[in-house]
Design a protein around this ligand. Structure first.
Ligand code: KE4
Length: 429
């Protein structure tokens, strides 16, 4: 193991010279868990091939994008053909219309969509459309919710229902967040109070219908329905940020599972099949405020490029044709119940939140229903567990505030092997 870590340390040292923190996205740096990040050489199915030669069972899966597993043959075949036609034209293609139709057919609340290259851009577009459509400025988000790194959504947790946002990042002017209210997830009373305080000023609520960025946290019974009613009552829009949950729980959005129809939906990750592609969309009457039809500007050089769109089309067609969800959900449940049983046998306090094929192991006795309770977990235990699993060649999300994912490429043998590693890891805590 020491040699493996030295290999990554050497790669990190060189990376540090040219890349800030040696990475292109902070969470990959292992800052939350300590130690040296794993550099990957390649990946296949449920495995990543680390630079040190080890093959790790992967539950990060490019942060949820790879529901079919790494380097899926159908995607590779389609990409190798598509790339021969060029990589990007900056002009419309039939492929984009085909993907848009697939999304509209799969997500009934989306009558029209706009494709982007990242979830951040999709959320930026959706919140701008909501503000343009309603003519209002304020946005409600939830503590522990992450919607990409747009200035106005990098907001510190609010202390009260009507506390206007303060930046949660350097470089974000106070003015840019003063229209953002950040409230506790699952706290309906606080949301109702905010609408009471600002009855004609709130453009939208943006929420992860299943939270994944405080760890996996499910909406309380009736919470999403309550938000829908408040938005209807105060003529605000309900935005579901399904960048992570879209096509993760079922074919379409979590909105189908919970039976709630948002006004706007953001998608990403899975819909790009591992390529840079995201989307936002909603009712035609709302989306028509968007340029070139309306006054709300949004654009992107590589938006809807044929290579990324091809990966998205193949992924979504595969998900629709192969009915992958029942087995995927069953396998995820087997893993999570197995971890819970192992924790009980080892006397380790854990709470596991899981839905569809996403899960988080929280080292706490408390039920985790929001960011506060997510923060009650024992970070030290998490770090030890994370590294004990990595030392046994199981790669999990390197942060206690993230979700893990299972792909259709994960076999029962992978799950059994993971559970054996879990039992060893719990003994080391
Ligand atoms: P991107 O800009 O990273 O494509 O998407 C932003 C985003 C928006 N909405 C939700 C619900 C998301 O989960 C994300 C991005 N998720 C993180 C993982 N928690 C991406 C990983 C990273 O930041 O490196």
């Amino acid at each position: 193991m020491a040699r493996a870590k030295m290999k990554h340390a050497r790669l990190l040292k060189t990376a540090h010279r040219y890349l800030v923190g040696g990475v292109n996205s902070p969470v990959r740096s292992f800052r939350s868990v300590g130690g040296v990040p794993v550099f990957v050489k390649k990946a296949q199915g449920s495995r990543i091939h680390a630079a040190d030669g080890r093959k790790l069972i992967d539950y990060v899966l490019s942060w949820g994008a790879l529901i079919l597993g790494h380097a899926h043959p159908a995607i590779l075949r389609a990409l190798s053909k598509a790339i021969k036609n060029g990589t990007s034209y900056g002009m419309p293609t039939e492929l984009e219309t085909q993907l848009a139709k697939i999304l509209v057919d799969a997500v009934p609340s989306m009558e029209q969509v706009r494709l982007t290259s990242s979830g951040t851009e999709a959320v930026m577009g959706a919140t701008r459309v909501a503000r343009a459509f309603t003519g209002r400025d304020k946005i409600i988000k939830f503590e522990g919710g992450y919607h990409g790194h747009a200035d106005h959504l990098l907001v510190k947790a609010g202390s009260g229902a009507s506390t206007l946002g303060t930046p949660d990042s350097a470089g974000v002017p106070l003015d840019f967040t003063r229209h953002t209210l950040s409230l506790p997830y699952n706290d309906f009373a606080k949301v109702a109070a905010a609408f009471k305080k600002y009855p004609k000023e709130i453009a939208a609520i943006i929420i992860e219908p299943v939270a994944g960025n405080m760890g996996t946290v499910l909406p309380a019974k009736g919470f999403l329905k309550g938000l829908r009613k408040l938005c209807d009552r105060y003529h605000a829009l309900l935005i579901f940020d399904e960048v992570m949950s879209g096509f993760r729980l079922t074919y379409g959005g979590a909105q189908k599972v919970f039976g709630i129809r948002p006004d706007l939906t953001c998608l990403g990750k899975i819909i790009g099949g591992g390529m840079p592609l995201a989307a936002f969309g909603g009712r035609r009457e709302i989306m028509k405020v968007l340029a070139p039809l309306g006054p709300a500007y949004q654009a992107g050089t590589l938006s809807g490029n044929p290579v990324a769109v091809t990966a998205g089309i193949v992924t979504l067609q595969w998900l629709k044709q192969h009915r992958v969800y029942p087995a995927l959900i069953e396998r995820t449940k087997k893993l999570c119940v197995g971890i819970q049983d192992a924790a009980a046998d080892a006397g380790v306090p854990v709470r596991i939140n899981f839905i569809g094929s996403m899960f988080t192991v929280f080292f706490t006795e408390e039920e985790v229903t929001d960011y506060e309770t997510a923060k009650s977990q024992d970070g030290g235990l998490f770090r030890k567990f994370f590294h004990a699993m990595l030392d046994q060649s199981v790669s999990m999300a390197p942060s206690p505030f993230e979700a893990n994912f299972v792909s259709v490429a994960h076999t029962d043998q992978d799950i059994d092997r993971t559970l054996r590693a879990v039992r060893v890891a719990f003994k080391q805590l």
